[in-house]
Structures are given as structure tokens and as C-alpha cells.
Design a protein around this ligand. Sequence first.
Ligand code: NAD
Length: 493
Amino acid sequence: MEDTLEMKEAPAPRRLANWIGGRWEEAPEGAALAPVADPATGEVLALVPLGGAAEVGRAVAAAQEAFRGWSRTPVPARARLLFRYQALLSERREELAELLAAENGKSREEALGEVQRGIECVEFAAGAPTLLMGSQLPDIASGLESGMYRYPLGVVCGITPFNFPMMVPCWMFPLAVACGNAFVLKPSERTPLLACRLAELFAEAGFPPGVLSIVHGAREAVDALLAHPGIAAVSFVGSQPAAAAVYRRGAAEGKRVQALAGAKNFSLVLADADLPAAARQVAAAAFGSAGQRCMACAVVCVERGAAPEFLRLLLEQADAMRPAEGGGPAGIATPMIRCESRDRALALLEQALRGGAELLRDGRLDPAPPGSGSFLGPTIVVKVQEEMAVWQEELFAPVLCVAEIGGLEEGIELANRSPFANGACLYTDSARAVRRFREEIDAGMLGINIGVPAPMAFFPFSGWKGSFYGDLHANGRDGVEFYTRKKMVTARY
Ligand code: NAD
């Protein structure tokens, strides 16, 4: 899945290395390399090596070696290192956000927000002594007792997407290592820079070498991780076809797998909603981070009577979003990750327009930031047919489909027909409508009068249907369950 790039050649960009066994390991001469470009300027920030079985083999060997000592390190000692890591990440939040904004194209505010969400995952993992407690029953029969104890799995790996280079890896490795596992991370080849910095700070916090390794790469590295018998579990976050393939292959190899996938999130706006607030929330959820969030709003269904006023307010919000060079106020329009991503979204949009859909706002006409070839302004599509690809597929772009509905029931039915079911939002003032929505909507993360209902680190990130493959979700107690196995001891003394 390597994109080509519309980019400016900078003189000799630095070559990234793999972090294996606590040291940087350069890719050999002649290794395949991919450019990492700043989406806002096209500047090549670095070249990332595309590793495979050899690199994965060395990383797993180093992780296995580290696991022997790490899994026996007292849990409070592991927690103390996580507290130190949390402090280091907090001290460096500006630097991390800057790196993240450069490789991903987010605004400074969005990047800072993401860094904070990552830090919160480390805070949750630092609760390891409580999280890892087992349970006992002293009398299962006369003189007979039973207890449950938690243990790590061994070496586990994480494969992460481009759109949250800090938050998504932080869903995984802090909790996995808190549970006593060693972790091999394969970050997105499109945004690998932040992962390198996370590994450096991890070492600075005092974690032993090999507890966290980074192997850069794309499909070949993923295949090598899935095939490696030393990997006990796989945490994956990415597009739906890749998630489904990783889930199947990982399970066939006897691994535990959680695979978080793509999305097509619906928002329902009822006539009794606070319409200006709803328009603000929907615009931010649809167009923020260039629509490249798994919790982005992709379809908004508005109750007929409120539609003209809501669309007027939505348009006002979208018009106020402007591109800016570098950081800017929240709600700024930012570039998409690569030109190919924008071109794919535009192809589906144009197909819809040929089929009779119309543009309420044409983001193609917005001026792009200088140097960015992947910019698309906020785009609003009306008169969309349900069978159109623009409605059915995840565009992962700042494109919002609008539909008018007769009421809540029709909106729920429309949303429930989507093959995806990550998030869904309802805007209303009616408690009865909220209850009905909560009971009847087929989605795992619901927002009531808020646009991006991403759960915090102590709750599971719980997509349903085609948005998730597995049973234990990322984060929260699910994450602890995923990264541990249990021993039951039944004893008579
Ligand atoms: P992607 O599927 O292209 O890549 C994700 C990771 O998988 C990368 O590390 C990549 O190298 C690897 N990969 C790519 N193709 C693969 C394949 N065929 N087999 C195995 N591995 C493969 O995803 P992306 O474009 O980087 O990220 C955006 C996608 O991630 C969107 O679909 C978004 O909805 C999804 N996402 C989901 C969540 C969630 O919580 N459900 C969170 C963030 C992102």
C-alpha cells in the first residue's frame, strides 16, 4: 500500500532505522525505502526502510530475550517506569505535537490533542498493580479454595495506521508492557517518525532494552509478524480490508487478534436539537483532521423540518474553515495524507455527481496551502442515493453526505444498514429519543450532542460489525484481558 507522492526533493533526507534490542539498527545498503513527506508542504522529511522477515526475526528474538526478565519484574516497578514515561511525554508534548503535525498534516491544536490522548493511555497503564489483580474464592467446597492469577502472553505486536501516530500506538504498547509483555511495533510507513521518538523516550524512562522494538515497513513486515511463531498476539488498527485479512491470518496462525477497522459514522439531527451547536459539532467531526478519523462524521441525517436551518448553519461553519500553513486555530482545514487518498475520494465523489448527487459546498474550489498537493476543502454532498459508493464506502476525506429523514426511526434504520458500526451521534433535547437511539442503534460508540465520542483510555474503543474484528477491544479492561492470560489454582491444604 505504498503511495506515490507529489513532493519536493529535499537534499539527502535522513534514513530511519529500526529500534531493536535497545539500539538503532540501520537498514542494509540496497534496502527498499519509502519517502515520508509532510502533507502540508510536500517536503520529504525522511526515508523509511521497508523491512521484512529478517528485521522482524531480530526484533522478536530481542523481545523474547527481554521478556524473560521483564515478565518477572514486580508490577509496581513496571508501573514506576510508566509514571516516568508519562512525565517525559508530558514534558515533551510540544515537540511531539510538532513532529506529529509535520508527518501527518494535522493542525498544531489537533496534534496537541492527540498527544494528550496518548499520554492518558500511559496514565491508565500505570495503574497496572490494580489492573492486574486476580481474584479468589476461599471456599469453593469445604476446605477447598480457588484463585485466578494473571500472566503476560509473551511477545505481542502492534500494527498501526497513519492517522493517529501517537494515540493508536499508545493504545497498545504501554498497556501491553504494563501487563509484562514485550512489544514489537510496526508503525504506519506513512507516519513513522513519532514512533521513533516514542521509543527513544521509552528507553530514557528506563525500560530495559527489547521490551519495546520498532520494525518499519509495510505489507511485507506485517506478513512476517503474522507468520512468526514467536508472536503471541496481534493488535491491528487500519482499513477494513487489511483488518479483516490480518484477523483471519493471525487466527489461522493461532494468535490472539484484535483488529480495529474502518468506519462510516452517522449523525442524526432531530428538529428539537440545539441546531447551532449541532452544526458546530458535525462540521468539526466531518472536516476536522481532513475527515481522516475513524470517528469522523461521514453522513448526517437531519429531520426534515430542521434541514434548511441546519444546512445554513453547517455551511457557515464549513466556510469558516480555512487552510493555514503550519499550526493554526482548531477547526482549520488541513491537507489529506497523500494525493492518492484525495484522488480516490474525488473519484467516488464525481461518480456520485454523475449519478445525480449535488454539491452544497465544493471543497475542490478552496485554495490549497502552498506546496500541498493533497488538500481538499470541506465538501458537502446532497441528494445522495444509498447505493452510491460515496455513501457506502469509507472515504476518509473531508466529505460529508447529507440526507433528510422523517424522524429518529428512519435515521436509525439508515445507519443500521451500513456495514460499518464504529460511532454514531444523536443531536436532540429529548431523553426519550436518546434512550431509543441507545437501545436500537447498531454502533459501539455513541455520542449525544457531541461529535467525536471517542472513549477515554479506561473504557474500551468498541467498534461493531465491519469496524472491528475480534472480541476484546483496545483499551480499558478489555485491553488488560487481551494482553494477559489466566491461571486458575484450586487448592486443598
Ligand atoms: P491501512 O490499512 O492502509 O494501514 C494500516 C496498517 O496496516 C499500516 O501499518 C500498514 O502498513 C498496514 N497494512 C496496509 N495494508 C495492509 C494489508 N493489506 N495487510 C496487512 N497490513 C496492511 O490504514 P491507514 O490508511 O494507515 O489508516 C486509516 C484507516 O484506519 C481508516 O480505515 C480508519 O478508519 C482506520 N482506523 C480505525 C480506527 C478504529 O479504531 N477503528 C482507528 C484509526 C484508524
